[in-house]
Design a protein around this ligand. Sequence first.
Ligand SMILES: Cc1cc2nc3c(=O)[nH]c(=O)nc-3n(C[C@H](O)[C@H](O)[C@H](O)COP(=O)(O)O)c2cc1C
Length: 150
Amino acid sequence: MPSGALHRIVYMSTALGVLRAEELDRIYLRAKSANARAGITGLLLFYEGAFLQMLEGPAAGVMSLAERIRRDRRHGGLITLESQAVDERAFADSPMHFVAARNLSVGEKQAFSDLRQAASVRSHMIGASAPGADNGLWELISSFNPLRAV
Ligand SMILES: Cc1cc2nc3c(=O)[nH]c(=O)nc-3n(C[C@H](O)[C@H](O)[C@H](O)COP(=O)(O)O)c2cc1C
């Protein structure tokens, strides 16, 4: 994997139109192989028409991927929850760990909805800080990585 300063971006977005299971699979499979090549790891959750994605890896690669994803017309209303330099990866072993709605626990679904609600409220407040840290973002993310809780 390429070395260099590590960066992490977490965002939420809303799927546009009806995303069928095959389309989700396509996004995931493509992400998995492209991210592996670029040394990017992370997590992609999909629930009730919304995505939550964490991307981590070499700063330049993560930034340019995030910009490409932002322009993807399969979703919109992207809200950045976190964007910062990090010392280490949370998902070192996973080019893109994908969890679809049917595999989320009741508690994870609730945490996802709460986070989405908080993100959308904050996105309408001028000058508001990113809604991540104080709204259970890390608890939710860590629940998919029991070996390396962050
Ligand atoms: C929610 C969502 C998450 C995505 N995640 C990734 C990803 O992790 N890695 C990736 O290469 N493409 C991802 N994509 C696809 C990119 O937006 C884009 O289609 C792909 O990188 C090909 O870009 P290009 O057509 O400009 O080459 C994602 C798309 C969506 C809608």
